[in-house]
Design a protein around this ligand. Structure first.
Ligand code: SF4
Ligand code: MG
Length: 327
């Protein structure tokens, strides 16, 4: 089974203050065809930047993004166009990405015609089929974006992404702006589409509970670094990093109507000038002297999980989920 994005190794200059925030530091991620990877972290951790780099929208200042084994930056002409079409990105706010003056039929049908995937005369039929696929009435294709609800607009955004036959979708907080009840429906749609169309996803969210239901594998980022990754069930059953454990404590809050997401005690430090050693040490209830000076490496910790925490060197690791309860 070939890798879709065979090996994504990204490293951005962590000290380039002109780049403002979202610096990535030695991130190394592989996504396999058919897989759903959840990328989780607080705002400013670099997950959106990573998503854009993986999607080919932003060149990495260092490192490479390999798509089907080839460096994205080295692709030219038809191959570059193909790679761009095969990776689509779906953002949080569908309204800002849908042209308010265009009808849905043009919003969705424009790209496949422009790229020569279908003749213009087939546009309306293609769009009708796509609307049906995302759970909208095909007769809605002549309406404008403002005539739809937020959830419907996100479905239009998804249909537009699907119109060019992508294999890989980067979903950046794609359901974050929706009501909780609508979120579940759109997640179900993503899962259904995965099955029907054999899609691969990078599902970016600040909310671990969102990716629980959709991701095969979870990658947790903190201030530009991956701190833990592994199979979703393993991460939920036994986190190997105090930050993951703290995020997990917040999971039941999905039930609260008006969540304010402040998952972990303490301010998020500036990504421009992150703390020394382990970036998490000022907020970590387990921090040791070593943590202030020495960066923990991301290493295998069993069960397919990897974690970057000095506690994993100790003979007896604290049980994170029991001890980090702050309420
Ligand atoms: Fe906490 Fe130290 Fe582990 Fe960082 S390395 S998460 S500060 S225990
Ligand atoms: Mg973001």
């Amino acid at each position: 089974e070939p890798d879709l994005a065979e090996r994504i190794a990204v490293k951005l200059g962590a000290r380039d203050t002109r780049k403002v925030v979202h610096a990535l530091d030695g991130v190394n991620l592989t996504i396999r065809r058919g897989e759903v990877v959840g990328l989780v972290g607080e705002s400013g951790c670099g997950k959106s930047t990573l998503g854009r780099i993986i999607a080919g929208m932003l060149p990495p200042s260092e490192g490479t993004v390999r798509f089907r084994g080839k460096d994205r930056a080295s692709l030219r002409g038809q191959e570059a166009r193909q790679a761009r079409l095969e990776t689509q990105i779906i953002f949080q706010d569908p309204m800002s990405s849908l042209n308010p003056r265009k009808r849905v039929v043009d919003i969705i049908g424009e790209a496949p015609v422009a790229h020569g995937l279908i003749p213009r005369k087939d546009k309306a039929a293609l769009v009708a089929g796509l609307l049906e696929k995302v759970g909208l009435d095909p007769s809605m294709r002549d309406r404008f974006p403002h005539q739809f609800s937020g959830g419907q607009r996100q479905r239009i955004g998804i249909a537009r992404a699907l119109a060019v036959n992508p294999e890989f979708l980067v979903c950046d907080e794609s359901i974050a702006a929706l009501d909780i009840s609508i979120q579940a429906q759109v997640i179900n749609l993503f899962m259904q589409l995965r099955q029907d169309l054999d899609l691969t996803y990078l599902f970016i969210s600040h909310d671990l509970s969102v990716v629980h239901h959709i991701a095969d594998r979870v990658v947790i980022m903190y201030l530009g670094r991956v701190v833990e990754s592994g199979p979703t069930e393993a991460i939920f059953a036994s986190p190997n990093h105090p930050y993951t454990a703290a995020l997990l404590e917040e999971v039941p809050r999905i039930d609260r109507r008006h969540r304010s997401f402040q998952p972990v005690k303490g301010e998020i430090p500036s990504p421009i000038n992150p703390p020394s050693g382990c970036h998490f040490h000022p907020r970590c209830p387990f921090a040791m002297d070593r943590c202030r000076v020495e960066r923990p490496a991301l290493v295998p910790v069993g069960g397919g999980q990897e974690a970057a925490c000095h506690l994993n060197d100790l003979a007896e690791r604290p049980r994170f989920t029991q001890t980090n309860n702050r309420e």
